[in-house]
Design a protein around this ligand. Structure first.
Ligand code: ZN
Length: 342
């Protein structure tokens, strides 16, 4: 089959012919119909190890945002049939460690991730542990199905924070995650939605999707702008979705006293934050890592009900063979969300 492979350290991926993925007794083989490019994949493209692993397990096939059709099921798999339309959670937990045993599988000590240490979905076929599989409703397209993982990541901070009716939320970073968060905030009944980014194209989309205030961080002082539109108090909720040391530091300055800050951007650079702000403003802070089975089901419901339009963030659909072109477009800031079709 054709697949994208990270064949060596440094920048780049190759498209080549590879063996079909191996399927264990608890695995499901899926014919991939659509697969999305995630921020994590950009790190992988650049050759940066992210998340739980100290270094990349080269060679491997990336990709974890996908949907497709089940074509084979392992002999121990129950409840999933050939022909089912499915998507899957990215993190594979062990079920045996302290965190798994205490109901927090997303913090598993023996975490494996599809698209890093399990060959991923930038391929014609992907083999996935059945515990990760979710059926998708018939009114979802394959492309929408490929975006459930991305929406789940975007949704997770809203499950952690206490949501106050008509609260103000500031979203730093209007990449795919931030743009989905604007739609989620609107669906959940937030008041003023503030969005900041450095990319005018994305800020325009942010406005179209429901941000009342958009701030170009290249041209304006984000802290001053947020204080100006919140009567000098700051935002009730701040979500850092840009993954930059600058926005991480800004989050503390733009959050009001006793407000809530959710940090979810992944960065390999260290951030210098003023910890006295956390103390003196009595801030409530959350680190957001991964999402749960329930988050994934809620995301399916948000898409299926029309409350969130994931198609709105898709800027390009390209054949799998154009994977390098796709990463070029993203790195140049010309693409928002790219879907690859194997
Ligand atoms: Zn575990």
């Amino acid at each position: 089959m054709r697949a994208v492979v990270k064949t060596r350290p440094g920048v780049g991926f190759e498209v080549k012919d590879v063996e079909m993925p191996k399927k264990g007794p608890n695995d499901v083989l899926v014919r991939v119909r659509a697969t999305g490019i995630c921020g994590t994949d950009i790190h992988l493209y650049k050759g940066q190890a992210v998340g739980a692993l100290p270094e990349l397990p080269i060679p491997f096939t990336p990709g974890h945002e996908f949907s497709g059709d089940v074509v084979e099921v392992g002999e121990k798999v129950d409840g999933i049939e050939v022909g089912d339309r499915v998507s899957a959670e990215v993190v594979v937990s062990c079920g045996r460690c302290y965190y798994c045993k205490t109901g927090r599988a997303i913090l598993c000590e023996n975490i494996r991730e599809i698209g890093i240490d399990i060959d991923g979905s930038y391929a014609e076929y992907v083999s996935v542990p059945s515990q990760n599989i979710h059926n998708i409703p018939s009114n979802l397209s394959y492309e929408q199905g490929a975006l459930i993982d991305c929406l789940s990541s975007a949704l997770r901070p809203f499950e952690r924070i206490n949501i106050g009716i008509m609260d103000t939320v500031a979203i730093l970073g209007t990449g795919p995650i931030g743009l989905l968060q604007i739609q989620i905030a609107r669906a959940l009944g937030f008041g003023k939605i503030i969005a900041a980014d450095v990319n005018p194209r994305r800020l325009k989309l942010a406005e179209e999707l429901g941000a009342a205030v958009t701030i170009n961080a290249r041209e304006k002082n984000v802290v001053k702008e947020v204080l100006d539109v919140t009567d000098g108090l700051g935002s009730d909720v701040v979500i850092e979705s840009a993954g930059s040391p600058v926005t991480t530091a800004q989050s503390l300055h733009i959050c009001r006293k006793d407000g809530q800050v959710a940090l979810m951007g992944i960065t390999t650079e260290k951030s210098l934050i003023d910890s006295l702000l956390i103390v003196s403003k009595a801030l409530n802070m959350f680190g957001i890592w991964d999402y749960t089975w329930l988050t994934f089901e809620r995301s399916i419901a948000l898409i299926s009900s029309g409350k969130v339009d994931v198609n709105a963030i898709v800027s390009h659909k390209l054949p799998l063979e154009d994977v390098v072109k796709a990463f070029d477009l993203i790195q140049k800031g010309e693409a928002v969300k790219v879907i690859l079709i194997p």
